[in-house]
Ligand binder design. Structure first.
Ligand SMILES: *Cc1c(COP(=O)(O)O)cnc(C)c1O
Length: 360
């Protein structure tokens, strides 16, 4: 069967060149006589992979020297608990902005560990905007300030980062990781699951400013204490070896494309193709305020539920798969992460145009 265009929100497409390389190296990685899936994480040959992936991460994202790159497991969801466990040891207070479902989950999880303030929410607008912030509402002595950078389910993204002064800004960047340049120095902590833009599921990447290490609450499990991870080179326990290997190949692929600046141009172009068509369409609409539109997750709905269902079905038959919106939102969502080729988006827009012509 021909490869499909997979618009899933995650796990999602990986670059074909990466898959080919991994396939070629499956039985014998670099003359080791074994696959990366089988090798000891304590071996020399594997150390080159994990340390190589870490230094490529630093290079590609331009991560300042006073930040550590951590390879973790448990998904972004485990970090919803790890963030308060590692940081809520000063005043025991933190500020959260709720902009969608994953921010809601993080906010709820944090409440188990301290005094958590909801400083703003866009729930009343069905998460179609990023709420306006009033700095007077911020907690001056908070241990951290939390946001979700790109809202995967609703298709929105922060246009401008909040100014939190000395309070470290913590962001879940699961669905915007490596999609465009990001000024890491504006953040205390960044984290995200790999399965959207980086690698297969199983790997979570966190970027933590050094001065925020070593503040974990006493009851923090060792595997969740970022300091333990750093002190053990992300190998306190067995890491997700194969996902880290694919992560390294994906970072090399990003470099061959010209890095994050080049990727941003490509991602902006792909998103614009879709939004421009949707905005001019008489059948499809996008509910997100233009200034807050995600370039990774593009949501849209047709005129009614029947047409939504018909669209999803017809699209799948043509090889545009997983385009159904999240069950909590309905409609459609095209997740167009880094590995989605421009041709995939062009073909989707053509298909939408034809569907519109047939159904109007
Ligand atoms: C997918 C996603 C998550 C959940 O990630 P898991 O790795 O499945 O725990 C959290 N936050 C955001 C923004 C996501 O897109």
């Amino acid at each position: 069967m021909a490869r499909v265009y997979n618009f899933s929100a995650g796990p999602s497409m990986l670059p074909e060149s990466v898959l080919n390389r991994a396939a070629a190296e499956t039985l014998d990685y670099n003359g080791s006589g074994q696959s990366v899936m089988e090798m000891s994480h304590r071996s020399k040959v594997y150390e080159e992979i994990i340390f190589g992936a870490q230094s490529l991460f630093r290079e590609v994202m331009g991560i300042p020297a006073n930040y550590k790159v951590l390879f973790l497991q448990g998904g972004a969801s485990l970090q919803f608990a790890a963030v308060p466990l590692n940081l809520l040891s000063g005043s025991g207070k933190a500020d959260y902005v709720v902009t969608g479902q994953f921010a809601t989950k993080a906010y709820q999880e944090a409440q188990k560990y301290g005094e958590i303030k909801l400083v703003a929410s866009s729930k009343a607008q069905n998460f179609s905007v990023i709420p306006t912030l009033h700095p007077a509402d911020f907690t001056p002595d908070a241990d951290y300030f939390y946001i979700c950078h790109n809202n995967t389910i609703f298709g929105s993204k922060w246009a401008e980062l909040p100014e939190t002064g000395d309070v470290p800004l913590v962001a879940d960047i699961s669905s915007s990781f490596l999609s465009e340049p990001l000024d890491v120095s504006k953040f205390g902590v960044l984290f995200g699951g790999a399965q959207k833009n980086i690698a297969p599921a199983g790997l979570t990447v966190a970027i933590v400013r050094e001065d925020l290490l070593g503040k974990a609450r006493k009851d923090t499990p060792a595997v969740m204490d970022w300091k333990t991870t750093v002190e053990n080179d992300s190998m306190y326990n067995t890491p997700p070896c194969w996902s880290i290997y694919i992560c390294k190949l994906v970072l090399e692929w990003i470099q061959t494309l010209g890095g994050l600046d080049a990727l941003k141009l490509r991602n902006d172009y792909k998103a614009k193709l879709l939004y421009d068509y949707i905005d001019g369409s008489a059948l499809f609409t996008n509910p997100v305020s233009p200034e807050f539109r995600s370039i990774m997750n593009v949501t849209f709905v047709a005129a009614n539920e029947e047409l939504n269902n018909a669209f999803v079905k017809a699209a799948a038959a043509e090889g545009f798969v997983n385009i159904k919106g999240h069950r909590s939102v309905g409609g459609m969502r095209a997740s167009i992460y880094n590995a989605m080729p421009v041709e995939g988006v062009e073909a989707l827009v053509e298909f939408m145009r034809a569907f519109e012509a047939k159904n109007s």
